[in-house]
Write a protein that binds this ligand. Structure first.
Ligand code: ZN
Length: 351
């Protein structure tokens, strides 16, 4: 089958289209999907460059997100049948360890992500375990049906943003949330979720065009972080009180400012460290203001079921930047690296 593969860690020139063996259904509970679209995430760039402890066999198939049609199922599969249109949770758990049995699947001791530790979605076929697979829902009329690019773009950023805001930060209606870098996939999805929850939203970007798009998505306040001191402006806007929740995935470059505008009882939730992983915290401020500093990654089976339900209700809808034909998939990686996109970069897989 055709696949977008990484030939070895390094630069984007290592990303190529190649012919590789198609995966087969081997175990009970396996579901093989004929992909129709796959979506990129920032994580794919980290996989290209190489991550500590990540040992891959090359060529490695890239891509975490995807959607397609079930083509074969293993013994015992009942949730889906060949011919069903499906999307899937790209976080693969063992479903046996103490964390999985407690329903905390992204704490699984063997947790793996499609496209990072396992063969990815930028291919004609993929095999995933049945508990990860869900039928693509149909929103009520007059909302348009979910397209393949939308179905493919949905899962990773939505489950990540949902767990961050709902489960970890416990964002409540009427609270104020600050979201850094709203052009990013997790951040733009966090904006949609925070709006859905009835929170007051403040978002930042270096691009006025992205801020205009964020206002269309419901942002209450938009700040260009290259033009204003975000922490100072947020304190002014909140009568010096600061915000209740901060969504971080920038890391070292924004950390100090985040803590300058986190209010009493505030929650800072992070899922990334794009600009660097080392930061400092003044413990006196941490205990006096009773902050929660929260890590979050991916999500649980229950959280995934909830977001697919909201997709079906029409409450969540992925924002697509560009859809690339399969032959131009390496270009999608370059666009991701340049950071000009607002929304998801999707690659169509020929039928
Ligand atoms: Zn487990």
């Amino acid at each position: 089958m055709q696949a977008v593969v990484l030939r070895g860690h390094g630069e984007l020139s290592q990303v190529a289209i190649a012919d590789v063996p198609a995966p087969v259904v081997r175990r009970p509970g396996d579901v093989r999907v004929r992909l129709r679209a796959a979506a990129l995430n920032h994580l794919d760039l980290w996989t290209v460059r190489g991550l500590p402890g990540l040992e891959l066999t090359f060529p490695h198939i890239l891509g975490g997100d995807g959607a397609g049609v079930v083509d074969a199922v293993g013994e015992g599969v009942t949730r889906v049948r060949p011919g069903d249109a499906v999307l899937f949770n790209p976080g693969i758990s063992c479903y046996r360890c103490e964390h999985c049995l407690a329903g905390q699947h992204s704490l699984c001791v063997e947790y793996k992500l499609l496209g990072e530790h396992l063969p990815g979605t930028l291919a004609e076929f993929i095999v995933v375990p049945e508990p990860n697979v869900y039928p693509v829902p149909t929103p009520p009329a007059p909302l348009p049906a979910i397209t393949w690019p939308e179905a493919a773009a949905f899962s990773l950023v939505t489950i990540t943003a949902w767990r961050m805001l709902v489960t970890r930060a416990r964002l409540r209606p009427g609270e104020t949330v600050l979201i850094w870098g709203v052009g990013g996939g997790v951040s733009s999805t966090a904006l949609q979720i925070a709006t859905l929850l009835g929170a007051h939203t403040i978002v930042t970007s270096s691009s006025d065009a992205k801020l205009a798009k964020a206002r269309e998505l419901g942002a209450n306040v938009t700040l260009n972080h290259t033009q204003v001191d975000v922490a100072k402006e947020v304190r002014r806007l909140t009568d010096q009180r600061g915000v209740d929740v901060i969504v971080e995935n920038v890391g070292a470059a924004t950390w100090e400012q985040s803590l300058r505008m986190l209010g009493r009882g505030g929650r800072l939730v992070t899922c990334g460290a794009t600009t660097g992983p080392k930061v400092t915290v003044d413990l006196r401020r941490l205990f006096w203001f009773q902050w929660d500093i929260l890590g979050s990654t991916m999500g649980t089976a229950d959280e995934y079921r909830e977001i697919v339900h909201l997709l079906g209700q029409g409450h969540l809808r992925p924002v697509i930047d560009t859809v690339f034909p399969f032959a131009r998939a390496p270009e999608a990686f370059r666009r991701m690296a340049e950071g000009d996109q607002l929304g998801k970069l999707v690659v169509e897989v020929p039928a």
